[in-house]
Design a protein around this ligand. Sequence first.
Ligand code: 5GP
Length: 140
Amino acid sequence: MTAYDNDNIFAKILRGEMPSNKIYEDEHVFAFMDIMPRGDGHTLVIPKVPARSITDIDPSDLADLIKGVQKVAQAAKTGMDADGLTIQQFNETAGGQIVFHIHFHVIPRWEGVKMRPPASAMEDPAVLEANAEKIRAAFA
Ligand code: 5GP
């Protein structure tokens, strides 16, 4: 098993060493906007425990993580007024993983609107924050 790197970008976001557009946080998970969204409102949900991928996270931590994913998915669908959602999770480079702290992608979807390619463009920070606010409001 490859070791967890404490200096990966999501670990830094969790420690508050790097900024993020935070959506939601509880004792187990942290959710924030993806800076290169594949669709409007694209959110990432990460566990607070250090884990690299689905093969090494403790099963009970994975259960807490997926509960957080569902909460964020409900808020993202409502807040973004989406028709549906795509949930993605990648493991290791061969599986498409770029950041090695396990995460789920929550991507709002609308009928007839294709997802943008992965990591295609940095979003305007004002757009990211506006979409973050819509999703946060749906938790209220
Ligand atoms: P992966 O392919 O590992 O599942 O996806 C990593 C995701 O993290 C990508 O969608 C990418 O746009 C996003 N990402 C990479 N660096 C940062 C960052 O510094 N901040 C945020 N908010 N997202 C990031």
